[in-house]
Design a protein around this ligand. Structure first.
Ligand code: NAP
Ligand code: MG
Length: 487
Protein backbone atom coordinates (compact mmCIF):
# COMPACT_ATOMS: atom_id res chain seq x y z
CA UNK A 1 0.00 0.00 0.00
CA UNK A 2 1.32 3.45 -0.83
CA UNK A 3 1.81 6.08 1.87
CA UNK A 4 -1.04 8.19 0.52
CA UNK A 5 -3.43 5.28 0.69
CA UNK A 6 -2.58 4.23 4.25
CA UNK A 7 -3.57 7.70 5.47
CA UNK A 8 -7.20 7.00 4.60
CA UNK A 9 -9.74 5.61 7.01
CA UNK A 10 -11.77 3.10 5.06
CA UNK A 11 -15.26 2.21 6.29
CA UNK A 12 -15.07 -1.56 6.66
CA UNK A 13 -17.93 -2.44 9.01
CA UNK A 14 -21.63 -2.97 8.44
CA UNK A 15 -24.06 -0.43 9.88
CA UNK A 16 -26.96 -2.19 11.61
CA UNK A 17 -29.25 -0.79 14.31
CA UNK A 18 -27.04 2.27 14.66
CA UNK A 19 -23.89 0.27 15.33
CA UNK A 20 -20.80 -0.49 13.32
CA UNK A 21 -20.29 -4.23 13.34
CA UNK A 22 -18.51 -7.11 11.67
CA UNK A 23 -20.41 -9.76 9.75
CA UNK A 24 -21.85 -12.42 12.07
CA UNK A 25 -19.72 -15.02 10.30
CA UNK A 26 -16.59 -12.88 10.67
CA UNK A 27 -16.06 -13.07 6.89
CA UNK A 28 -14.52 -10.19 4.94
CA UNK A 29 -13.89 -9.46 1.28
CA UNK A 30 -11.01 -7.58 -0.25
CA UNK A 31 -11.48 -4.18 -1.87
CA UNK A 32 -9.04 -3.29 -4.64
CA UNK A 33 -8.01 0.11 -6.01
CA UNK A 34 -8.47 -0.48 -9.76
CA UNK A 35 -5.95 2.24 -10.65
CA UNK A 36 -3.12 0.53 -8.76
CA UNK A 37 -4.38 -3.08 -8.52
CA UNK A 38 -3.59 -2.92 -4.78
CA UNK A 39 -5.77 -4.40 -2.04
CA UNK A 40 -6.69 -1.40 0.08
CA UNK A 41 -9.18 -2.75 2.64
CA UNK A 42 -11.01 -5.79 3.93
CA UNK A 43 -14.71 -5.13 4.34
CA UNK A 44 -17.19 -7.12 6.41
CA UNK A 45 -19.00 -9.55 4.10
CA UNK A 46 -22.61 -9.77 5.21
CA UNK A 47 -24.72 -12.84 4.46
CA UNK A 48 -28.37 -13.81 5.00
CA UNK A 49 -28.08 -13.62 8.79
CA UNK A 50 -26.71 -10.06 8.71
CA UNK A 51 -29.41 -9.07 6.22
CA UNK A 52 -32.00 -10.57 8.54
CA UNK A 53 -30.64 -8.58 11.48
CA UNK A 54 -30.67 -5.39 9.40
CA UNK A 55 -34.24 -6.01 8.21
CA UNK A 56 -35.41 -6.63 11.80
CA UNK A 57 -33.72 -3.43 12.84
CA UNK A 58 -35.34 -1.48 10.00
CA UNK A 59 -38.74 -3.00 10.85
CA UNK A 60 -38.41 -2.26 14.58
CA UNK A 61 -37.50 1.35 13.81
CA UNK A 62 -40.34 1.65 11.32
CA UNK A 63 -42.80 0.49 14.01
CA UNK A 64 -41.18 2.53 16.81
CA UNK A 65 -42.71 5.60 18.42
CA UNK A 66 -39.49 7.49 17.72
CA UNK A 67 -40.08 7.07 13.98
CA UNK A 68 -43.91 7.14 13.91
CA UNK A 69 -44.12 10.24 16.07
CA UNK A 70 -41.43 12.09 14.21
CA UNK A 71 -43.02 14.82 12.14
CA UNK A 72 -42.51 14.79 8.40
CA UNK A 73 -40.87 18.20 8.76
CA UNK A 74 -38.35 16.83 11.25
CA UNK A 75 -37.56 13.94 8.88
CA UNK A 76 -36.99 16.51 6.18
CA UNK A 77 -34.59 18.42 8.41
CA UNK A 78 -32.60 15.26 9.07
CA UNK A 79 -32.37 14.55 5.34
CA UNK A 80 -31.25 18.10 4.72
CA UNK A 81 -28.64 17.71 7.45
CA UNK A 82 -27.41 14.49 5.83
CA UNK A 83 -26.93 16.44 2.59
CA UNK A 84 -24.95 19.08 4.46
CA UNK A 85 -22.80 16.44 6.14
CA UNK A 86 -21.99 14.98 2.71
CA UNK A 87 -20.79 18.42 1.66
CA UNK A 88 -18.79 18.86 4.87
CA UNK A 89 -17.10 15.53 4.09
CA UNK A 90 -16.85 16.16 0.39
CA UNK A 91 -13.13 15.57 -0.06
CA UNK A 92 -13.21 12.41 2.03
CA UNK A 93 -16.22 10.96 0.17
CA UNK A 94 -14.88 11.89 -3.27
CA UNK A 95 -11.52 10.35 -2.45
CA UNK A 96 -13.13 7.14 -1.18
CA UNK A 97 -15.23 6.93 -4.34
CA UNK A 98 -12.22 7.41 -6.57
CA UNK A 99 -9.99 4.92 -4.71
CA UNK A 100 -12.82 2.42 -4.87
CA UNK A 101 -14.25 2.87 -8.37
CA UNK A 102 -11.28 4.26 -10.33
CA UNK A 103 -13.22 7.28 -11.62
CA UNK A 104 -11.39 10.62 -11.73
CA UNK A 105 -11.79 12.65 -8.55
CA UNK A 106 -13.13 15.41 -10.80
CA UNK A 107 -16.12 13.12 -11.51
CA UNK A 108 -16.45 11.95 -7.90
CA UNK A 109 -16.91 15.58 -6.86
CA UNK A 110 -19.71 15.94 -9.43
CA UNK A 111 -21.35 12.79 -7.99
CA UNK A 112 -20.90 14.18 -4.50
CA UNK A 113 -22.70 17.38 -5.41
CA UNK A 114 -25.63 15.43 -6.89
CA UNK A 115 -25.69 13.18 -3.81
CA UNK A 116 -25.90 16.13 -1.42
CA UNK A 117 -28.52 17.82 -3.60
CA UNK A 118 -30.57 14.62 -3.63
CA UNK A 119 -30.72 14.47 0.17
CA UNK A 120 -31.54 18.17 0.44
CA UNK A 121 -34.14 18.07 -2.35
CA UNK A 122 -36.01 15.14 -0.75
CA UNK A 123 -35.60 16.81 2.62
CA UNK A 124 -37.67 19.59 1.09
CA UNK A 125 -40.31 17.11 -0.09
CA UNK A 126 -40.80 15.30 3.24
CA UNK A 127 -43.55 17.61 4.55
CA UNK A 128 -45.20 18.07 1.15
CA UNK A 129 -46.26 14.46 0.58
CA UNK A 130 -49.98 14.14 1.22
CA UNK A 131 -53.25 12.64 0.09
CA UNK A 132 -56.34 14.28 -1.37
CA UNK A 133 -60.09 14.52 -0.82
CA UNK A 134 -62.19 12.98 -3.58
CA UNK A 135 -65.75 14.04 -4.56
CA UNK A 136 -67.50 10.62 -4.41
CA UNK A 137 -71.22 9.99 -4.88
CA UNK A 138 -73.49 9.78 -1.84
CA UNK A 139 -73.33 10.97 1.77
CA UNK A 140 -69.68 10.17 2.22
CA UNK A 141 -66.38 11.86 2.72
CA UNK A 142 -63.64 10.06 0.86
CA UNK A 143 -60.00 10.94 1.26
CA UNK A 144 -56.65 9.31 0.69
CA UNK A 145 -53.70 8.87 2.99
CA UNK A 146 -50.29 8.59 1.36
CA UNK A 147 -48.37 6.18 3.54
CA UNK A 148 -44.85 4.75 3.51
CA UNK A 149 -44.36 1.17 2.33
CA UNK A 150 -42.34 0.03 5.35
CA UNK A 151 -38.88 -1.49 4.92
CA UNK A 152 -37.15 -0.71 1.63
CA UNK A 153 -34.24 -2.81 0.38
CA UNK A 154 -31.97 -0.77 -1.92
CA UNK A 155 -29.48 -2.65 -4.12
CA UNK A 156 -27.05 -0.55 -6.14
CA UNK A 157 -24.21 -1.12 -8.63
CA UNK A 158 -20.57 -0.05 -8.62
CA UNK A 159 -20.59 2.68 -11.27
CA UNK A 160 -22.12 5.49 -9.17
CA UNK A 161 -22.03 3.97 -5.68
CA UNK A 162 -22.74 7.19 -3.81
CA UNK A 163 -25.25 9.02 -5.98
CA UNK A 164 -27.33 5.99 -7.01
CA UNK A 165 -27.70 5.02 -3.35
CA UNK A 166 -28.81 8.59 -2.56
CA UNK A 167 -31.38 8.45 -5.38
CA UNK A 168 -33.11 5.66 -3.44
CA UNK A 169 -32.42 6.66 0.16
CA UNK A 170 -33.60 10.24 -0.32
CA UNK A 171 -37.17 9.55 -1.50
CA UNK A 172 -37.49 6.42 0.68
CA UNK A 173 -36.72 8.32 3.89
CA UNK A 174 -38.71 11.37 2.79
CA UNK A 175 -41.78 9.14 2.50
CA UNK A 176 -41.17 7.69 5.98
CA UNK A 177 -39.76 4.26 5.12
CA UNK A 178 -36.71 2.69 6.73
CA UNK A 179 -33.89 1.19 4.72
CA UNK A 180 -31.44 -1.64 4.23
CA UNK A 181 -28.86 -0.69 1.59
CA UNK A 182 -26.73 -3.32 -0.19
CA UNK A 183 -23.88 -1.73 -2.16
CA UNK A 184 -21.96 -3.61 -4.88
CA UNK A 185 -19.15 -5.74 -3.51
CA UNK A 186 -16.56 -3.80 -5.54
CA UNK A 187 -17.61 -0.43 -4.06
CA UNK A 188 -18.87 -0.49 -0.46
CA UNK A 189 -17.02 2.51 1.01
CA UNK A 190 -19.25 5.49 0.36
CA UNK A 191 -22.47 3.57 1.07
CA UNK A 192 -21.17 2.50 4.48
CA UNK A 193 -19.89 6.02 5.15
CA UNK A 194 -23.26 7.59 4.27
CA UNK A 195 -24.99 5.22 6.72
CA UNK A 196 -22.57 6.44 9.40
CA UNK A 197 -23.25 10.06 8.48
CA UNK A 198 -27.01 9.44 8.70
CA UNK A 199 -26.51 8.57 12.38
CA UNK A 200 -24.49 11.74 12.85
CA UNK A 201 -27.29 13.68 11.18
CA UNK A 202 -29.65 12.39 13.86
CA UNK A 203 -31.60 9.61 12.16
CA UNK A 204 -32.67 7.02 14.76
CA UNK A 205 -30.76 3.74 14.87
CA UNK A 206 -32.18 1.33 12.30
CA UNK A 207 -33.62 3.94 9.93
CA UNK A 208 -30.73 3.50 7.49
CA UNK A 209 -28.83 0.21 7.71
CA UNK A 210 -26.09 -0.80 5.30
CA UNK A 211 -24.99 -4.41 4.67
CA UNK A 212 -22.07 -4.97 2.30
CA UNK A 213 -21.87 -8.43 0.76
CA UNK A 214 -22.23 -10.42 -2.41
CA UNK A 215 -25.25 -9.97 -4.63
CA UNK A 216 -25.98 -13.67 -4.91
CA UNK A 217 -25.92 -13.99 -1.10
CA UNK A 218 -26.75 -10.75 0.74
CA UNK A 219 -28.61 -9.23 -2.24
CA UNK A 220 -30.70 -12.33 -2.85
CA UNK A 221 -31.48 -12.63 0.89
CA UNK A 222 -32.79 -9.07 0.90
CA UNK A 223 -34.97 -9.69 -2.15
CA UNK A 224 -36.42 -12.90 -0.69
CA UNK A 225 -36.87 -11.59 2.86
CA UNK A 226 -40.58 -11.76 3.84
CA UNK A 227 -40.36 -8.57 5.89
CA UNK A 228 -39.00 -6.32 3.14
CA UNK A 229 -41.78 -4.37 1.41
CA UNK A 230 -39.96 -3.08 -1.64
CA UNK A 231 -36.75 -3.55 -3.57
CA UNK A 232 -35.29 -0.52 -5.33
CA UNK A 233 -32.65 -1.82 -7.70
CA UNK A 234 -30.16 -0.37 -10.12
CA UNK A 235 -27.97 -2.75 -12.08
CA UNK A 236 -27.91 -5.11 -15.03
CA UNK A 237 -31.03 -6.29 -16.84
CA UNK A 238 -29.97 -9.88 -16.18
CA UNK A 239 -29.93 -9.41 -12.39
CA UNK A 240 -33.11 -7.32 -12.64
CA UNK A 241 -34.90 -10.32 -14.17
CA UNK A 242 -33.60 -12.57 -11.36
CA UNK A 243 -34.87 -10.05 -8.81
CA UNK A 244 -38.33 -10.09 -10.41
CA UNK A 245 -38.40 -13.87 -10.06
CA UNK A 246 -37.12 -13.81 -6.46
CA UNK A 247 -39.47 -11.02 -5.43
CA UNK A 248 -42.53 -12.83 -6.76
CA UNK A 249 -42.59 -15.18 -3.76
CA UNK A 250 -43.57 -12.30 -1.47
CA UNK A 251 -45.14 -10.01 -4.12
CA UNK A 252 -42.70 -7.24 -3.30
CA UNK A 253 -42.99 -3.88 -4.89
CA UNK A 254 -40.14 -3.21 -7.28
CA UNK A 255 -38.49 -0.41 -9.09
CA UNK A 256 -35.79 -1.46 -11.54
CA UNK A 257 -33.28 0.79 -13.24
CA UNK A 258 -31.52 -1.54 -15.65
CA UNK A 259 -29.12 -1.48 -18.56
CA UNK A 260 -29.07 0.52 -21.75
CA UNK A 261 -27.67 0.72 -25.28
CA UNK A 262 -28.54 4.31 -25.82
CA UNK A 263 -28.49 5.90 -29.28
CA UNK A 264 -26.83 9.26 -29.84
CA UNK A 265 -28.31 10.49 -33.14
CA UNK A 266 -26.50 13.04 -35.31
CA UNK A 267 -28.41 14.59 -38.21
CA UNK A 268 -26.56 16.15 -41.14
CA UNK A 269 -27.67 19.66 -40.17
CA UNK A 270 -26.21 19.43 -36.64
CA UNK A 271 -23.43 21.61 -35.26
CA UNK A 272 -20.85 18.89 -35.87
CA UNK A 273 -18.31 20.26 -33.41
CA UNK A 274 -20.89 20.20 -30.64
CA UNK A 275 -22.07 16.76 -31.74
CA UNK A 276 -18.51 15.41 -31.71
CA UNK A 277 -18.01 16.74 -28.19
CA UNK A 278 -21.34 15.26 -27.13
CA UNK A 279 -20.55 11.92 -28.72
CA UNK A 280 -17.33 11.66 -26.75
CA UNK A 281 -18.68 12.77 -23.37
CA UNK A 282 -21.69 10.55 -24.06
CA UNK A 283 -19.54 7.43 -24.18
CA UNK A 284 -16.31 8.26 -22.33
CA UNK A 285 -17.65 10.07 -19.26
CA UNK A 286 -17.39 7.66 -16.34
CA UNK A 287 -15.23 5.39 -18.57
CA UNK A 288 -18.45 4.39 -20.32
CA UNK A 289 -19.60 2.66 -17.11
CA UNK A 290 -22.78 4.69 -17.30
CA UNK A 291 -26.16 3.08 -17.74
CA UNK A 292 -27.23 5.90 -20.07
CA UNK A 293 -23.93 5.96 -22.01
CA UNK A 294 -24.41 6.98 -25.65
CA UNK A 295 -22.85 3.72 -26.79
CA UNK A 296 -24.40 3.73 -30.28
CA UNK A 297 -23.54 6.76 -32.39
CA UNK A 298 -26.05 6.94 -35.25
CA UNK A 299 -24.84 9.32 -37.94
CA UNK A 300 -26.69 10.53 -41.03
CA UNK A 301 -24.74 9.04 -43.95
CA UNK A 302 -23.86 12.36 -45.62
CA UNK A 303 -21.84 13.64 -42.62
CA UNK A 304 -20.23 10.39 -41.62
CA UNK A 305 -16.74 11.35 -42.78
CA UNK A 306 -16.84 14.89 -41.45
CA UNK A 307 -18.04 13.80 -38.03
CA UNK A 308 -15.64 10.86 -37.81
CA UNK A 309 -12.71 13.19 -38.45
CA UNK A 310 -13.75 15.55 -35.67
CA UNK A 311 -14.36 12.70 -33.24
CA UNK A 312 -11.05 10.98 -33.88
CA UNK A 313 -9.15 14.23 -33.50
CA UNK A 314 -10.72 14.81 -30.08
CA UNK A 315 -10.46 11.18 -28.98
CA UNK A 316 -6.73 11.26 -29.71
CA UNK A 317 -6.33 13.88 -27.00
CA UNK A 318 -8.06 11.78 -24.33
CA UNK A 319 -5.56 9.91 -22.21
CA UNK A 320 -6.15 8.00 -19.02
CA UNK A 321 -4.36 9.22 -15.92
CA UNK A 322 -4.08 8.89 -12.16
CA UNK A 323 -7.70 9.22 -10.97
CA UNK A 324 -6.59 11.13 -7.86
CA UNK A 325 -5.08 13.89 -10.00
CA UNK A 326 -7.74 16.62 -10.23
CA UNK A 327 -6.81 17.22 -13.88
CA UNK A 328 -7.51 13.61 -14.95
CA UNK A 329 -10.64 13.12 -17.06
CA UNK A 330 -10.37 9.37 -17.84
CA UNK A 331 -9.95 6.87 -15.02
CA UNK A 332 -9.57 3.12 -14.51
CA UNK A 333 -12.19 0.45 -15.25
CA UNK A 334 -13.74 -0.63 -11.95
CA UNK A 335 -12.27 -4.14 -11.77
CA UNK A 336 -10.12 -6.69 -13.53
CA UNK A 337 -13.23 -8.72 -14.38
CA UNK A 338 -14.98 -5.73 -15.95
CA UNK A 339 -11.83 -4.77 -17.88
CA UNK A 340 -11.63 -8.28 -19.29
CA UNK A 341 -15.31 -8.13 -20.22
CA UNK A 342 -14.76 -4.84 -22.07
CA UNK A 343 -11.66 -6.19 -23.87
CA UNK A 344 -13.71 -9.26 -24.83
CA UNK A 345 -16.32 -7.04 -26.47
CA UNK A 346 -13.58 -5.16 -28.33
CA UNK A 347 -12.30 -8.50 -29.60
CA UNK A 348 -15.81 -9.45 -30.74
CA UNK A 349 -16.07 -6.16 -32.66
CA UNK A 350 -12.84 -6.95 -34.52
CA UNK A 351 -13.88 -10.54 -35.15
CA UNK A 352 -17.30 -9.61 -36.49
CA UNK A 353 -15.78 -7.16 -38.96
CA UNK A 354 -16.25 -3.68 -37.50
CA UNK A 355 -13.48 -1.16 -38.26
CA UNK A 356 -11.39 -0.30 -35.20
CA UNK A 357 -10.75 3.44 -35.67
CA UNK A 358 -8.91 4.14 -32.42
CA UNK A 359 -8.06 2.53 -29.08
CA UNK A 360 -8.80 -1.12 -28.56
CA UNK A 361 -6.33 -2.00 -25.85
CA UNK A 362 -5.38 -1.83 -22.23
CA UNK A 363 -3.28 1.25 -21.39
CA UNK A 364 -1.77 0.99 -17.89
CA UNK A 365 -0.81 4.23 -16.14
CA UNK A 366 2.64 4.09 -14.53
CA UNK A 367 2.68 0.41 -15.49
CA UNK A 368 -0.45 -0.49 -13.49
CA UNK A 369 -4.19 -0.37 -13.36
CA UNK A 370 -7.24 -1.55 -15.27
CA UNK A 371 -7.25 1.24 -17.84
CA UNK A 372 -8.73 0.81 -21.32
CA UNK A 373 -8.08 3.29 -24.14
CA UNK A 374 -11.07 5.20 -25.55
CA UNK A 375 -12.19 2.87 -28.31
CA UNK A 376 -14.21 3.71 -31.42
CA UNK A 377 -15.54 1.28 -34.00
CA UNK A 378 -16.79 2.42 -37.43
CA UNK A 379 -18.71 0.36 -40.01
CA UNK A 380 -20.76 -1.29 -37.29
CA UNK A 381 -23.76 -3.31 -38.46
CA UNK A 382 -26.92 -3.40 -36.35
CA UNK A 383 -26.63 -7.17 -35.87
CA UNK A 384 -23.12 -7.12 -34.39
CA UNK A 385 -22.62 -7.94 -30.73
CA UNK A 386 -21.11 -4.50 -30.01
CA UNK A 387 -24.25 -2.90 -31.46
CA UNK A 388 -26.63 -4.97 -29.37
CA UNK A 389 -25.14 -5.75 -25.96
CA UNK A 390 -24.37 -3.34 -23.17
CA UNK A 391 -20.57 -3.17 -22.91
CA UNK A 392 -20.39 -0.82 -19.94
CA UNK A 393 -16.97 0.47 -20.94
CA UNK A 394 -15.31 3.12 -23.16
CA UNK A 395 -16.36 1.57 -26.47
CA UNK A 396 -18.34 3.48 -29.11
CA UNK A 397 -20.14 1.76 -32.00
CA UNK A 398 -20.74 4.07 -35.01
CA UNK A 399 -23.52 3.28 -37.47
CA UNK A 400 -25.09 5.28 -40.29
CA UNK A 401 -28.68 5.94 -41.33
CA UNK A 402 -30.62 7.50 -44.21
CA UNK A 403 -34.28 8.53 -44.48
CA UNK A 404 -34.16 11.32 -41.87
CA UNK A 405 -36.24 10.98 -38.72
CA UNK A 406 -37.83 7.70 -39.81
CA UNK A 407 -34.49 6.02 -40.52
CA UNK A 408 -32.94 7.39 -37.35
CA UNK A 409 -35.80 6.25 -35.14
CA UNK A 410 -35.91 2.79 -36.73
CA UNK A 411 -32.23 2.23 -35.94
CA UNK A 412 -32.45 3.91 -32.53
CA UNK A 413 -35.33 1.67 -31.45
CA UNK A 414 -33.72 -1.54 -32.73
CA UNK A 415 -32.75 -2.64 -29.20
CA UNK A 416 -34.30 -4.34 -26.17
CA UNK A 417 -33.32 -1.28 -24.12
CA UNK A 418 -34.88 2.17 -23.75
CA UNK A 419 -33.02 4.19 -21.16
CA UNK A 420 -31.85 7.35 -22.94
CA UNK A 421 -31.22 8.95 -26.33
CA UNK A 422 -29.35 11.96 -27.69
CA UNK A 423 -30.40 14.04 -30.73
CA UNK A 424 -28.20 16.54 -32.55
CA UNK A 425 -29.78 18.87 -35.12
CA UNK A 426 -30.33 22.60 -35.67
CA UNK A 427 -33.92 21.94 -36.78
CA UNK A 428 -36.15 22.16 -33.71
CA UNK A 429 -39.10 20.47 -35.41
CA UNK A 430 -36.94 17.53 -36.44
CA UNK A 431 -35.50 17.33 -32.93
CA UNK A 432 -38.95 17.18 -31.35
CA UNK A 433 -40.31 14.68 -33.88
CA UNK A 434 -37.34 12.45 -33.13
CA UNK A 435 -37.77 12.92 -29.38
CA UNK A 436 -41.32 11.58 -29.74
CA UNK A 437 -40.27 8.72 -31.97
CA UNK A 438 -37.52 7.24 -29.80
CA UNK A 439 -38.45 4.79 -27.06
CA UNK A 440 -36.43 6.07 -24.11
CA UNK A 441 -37.01 7.39 -20.62
CA UNK A 442 -34.73 10.38 -21.12
CA UNK A 443 -34.05 12.33 -24.33
CA UNK A 444 -31.29 14.92 -24.62
CA UNK A 445 -31.42 17.43 -27.50
CA UNK A 446 -28.10 19.04 -28.43
CA UNK A 447 -26.63 17.90 -25.14
CA UNK A 448 -25.91 14.59 -23.40
CA UNK A 449 -25.60 13.14 -19.89
CA UNK A 450 -27.53 15.92 -18.17
CA UNK A 451 -29.04 15.07 -14.79
CA UNK A 452 -30.88 17.09 -12.22
CA UNK A 453 -32.38 15.88 -8.99
CA UNK A 454 -35.72 17.42 -9.98
CA UNK A 455 -35.96 15.61 -13.33
CA UNK A 456 -37.17 11.97 -13.44
CA UNK A 457 -34.83 9.24 -14.67
CA UNK A 458 -35.65 5.66 -15.65
CA UNK A 459 -36.23 3.21 -18.43
CA UNK A 460 -38.62 2.15 -21.16
CA UNK A 461 -38.66 -1.48 -22.37
CA UNK A 462 -36.07 -3.77 -20.75
CA UNK A 463 -34.30 -0.80 -19.18
CA UNK A 464 -36.76 -1.20 -16.32
CA UNK A 465 -39.69 0.54 -14.66
CA UNK A 466 -40.30 3.06 -11.93
CA UNK A 467 -38.52 6.38 -11.82
CA UNK A 468 -35.67 7.77 -9.77
CA UNK A 469 -35.46 11.47 -8.94
CA UNK A 470 -37.98 14.27 -9.10
CA UNK A 471 -41.46 14.08 -7.65
CA UNK A 472 -41.98 10.90 -9.70
CA UNK A 473 -39.74 8.87 -7.40
CA UNK A 474 -42.06 9.56 -4.44
CA UNK A 475 -44.75 7.37 -6.04
CA UNK A 476 -42.42 4.42 -5.78
CA UNK A 477 -41.87 4.74 -2.05
CA UNK A 478 -45.42 5.39 -0.86
CA UNK A 479 -48.85 3.82 -1.19
CA UNK A 480 -52.32 5.25 -1.22
CA UNK A 481 -55.02 4.30 1.28
CA UNK A 482 -58.59 5.30 0.47
CA UNK A 483 -60.68 6.15 3.55
CA UNK A 484 -64.52 6.34 3.49
CA UNK A 485 -66.49 8.20 6.12
CA UNK A 486 -70.27 8.00 6.31
CA UNK A 487 -71.73 11.44 6.85
P1 NAP B 1 -25.24 -6.15 -11.35
O1 NAP B 1 -24.36 -7.33 -11.42
O2 NAP B 1 -26.61 -6.23 -11.86
O3 NAP B 1 -25.24 -5.74 -9.80
C1 NAP B 1 -25.99 -4.70 -9.28
C2 NAP B 1 -26.22 -4.96 -7.82
O4 NAP B 1 -27.02 -6.12 -7.67
C3 NAP B 1 -24.94 -5.24 -7.04
O5 NAP B 1 -25.06 -4.71 -5.74
C4 NAP B 1 -24.92 -6.75 -7.02
O6 NAP B 1 -24.14 -7.28 -5.98
C5 NAP B 1 -26.37 -7.06 -6.84
N1 NAP B 1 -26.78 -8.40 -7.21
C6 NAP B 1 -26.15 -9.27 -8.06
N2 NAP B 1 -26.84 -10.44 -8.13
C7 NAP B 1 -27.92 -10.30 -7.32
C8 NAP B 1 -29.02 -11.15 -6.98
N3 NAP B 1 -29.16 -12.38 -7.49
N4 NAP B 1 -29.94 -10.69 -6.11
C9 NAP B 1 -29.84 -9.46 -5.59
N5 NAP B 1 -28.83 -8.61 -5.87
C10 NAP B 1 -27.88 -9.03 -6.74
O7 NAP B 1 -24.65 -4.91 -12.05
P2 NAP B 1 -23.20 -4.32 -11.89
O8 NAP B 1 -22.28 -5.37 -12.42
O9 NAP B 1 -23.00 -3.84 -10.53
O10 NAP B 1 -23.31 -3.00 -12.84
C11 NAP B 1 -23.32 -3.05 -14.23
C12 NAP B 1 -24.73 -3.11 -14.81
O11 NAP B 1 -25.64 -2.26 -14.10
C13 NAP B 1 -24.81 -2.66 -16.23
O12 NAP B 1 -25.49 -3.61 -16.99
C14 NAP B 1 -25.58 -1.33 -16.21
O13 NAP B 1 -26.35 -1.04 -17.28
C15 NAP B 1 -26.43 -1.47 -15.02
N6 NAP B 1 -26.70 -0.14 -14.47
C16 NAP B 1 -27.93 0.46 -14.72
C17 NAP B 1 -28.18 1.72 -14.22
C18 NAP B 1 -29.49 2.42 -14.44
O14 NAP B 1 -29.76 3.44 -13.83
N7 NAP B 1 -30.37 1.93 -15.28
C19 NAP B 1 -27.22 2.37 -13.47
C20 NAP B 1 -26.01 1.74 -13.25
C21 NAP B 1 -25.77 0.49 -13.75
P3 NAP B 1 -22.59 -7.69 -6.19
O15 NAP B 1 -22.05 -6.93 -7.33
O16 NAP B 1 -22.04 -7.31 -4.88
O17 NAP B 1 -22.55 -9.15 -6.42
MG1 MG C 1 -22.27 -7.79 -10.82
Amino acid sequence: MSAAVTMDRFPTQLVIQGELCDAASGATFTVVNPATEEAIAHVAEGDASDVDRAVRSARATFESDAWRDMSARRRGELLYRLGELCLEHKDELARLETLNNGKPVFESLIDLKLTAETFRYYGGWADKIHGETIPVDGPFLNFTLREPLGVVGAIVPWNFPMSLAAWKIGPALACGNTIVLKPAEQTPFTALRMAELALEAGFPAGAFNCVAGRGSVAGAALVQHPDVDKIAFTGSTEVGKQIMRDASGTVKKLSLELGGKSPNIVFADADLDAAARGALTGIFYGKGEVCAAGSRLLVEESVREALTGKILERAGRMVAGDPLNPKTRLGAIVSKGQMERVLGYIESGRREGAALLTGGERTPVNGKGYFVAPTIFGDVEPGMTIAREEIFGPVLAMMTFNDGVVGAARLANDTIYGLAAGIWTRDIGKALRTARAVHAGTVWINTYNMYDVASPFGGFKQSGFGRDLGMHALQGYSQVKSVWVSL
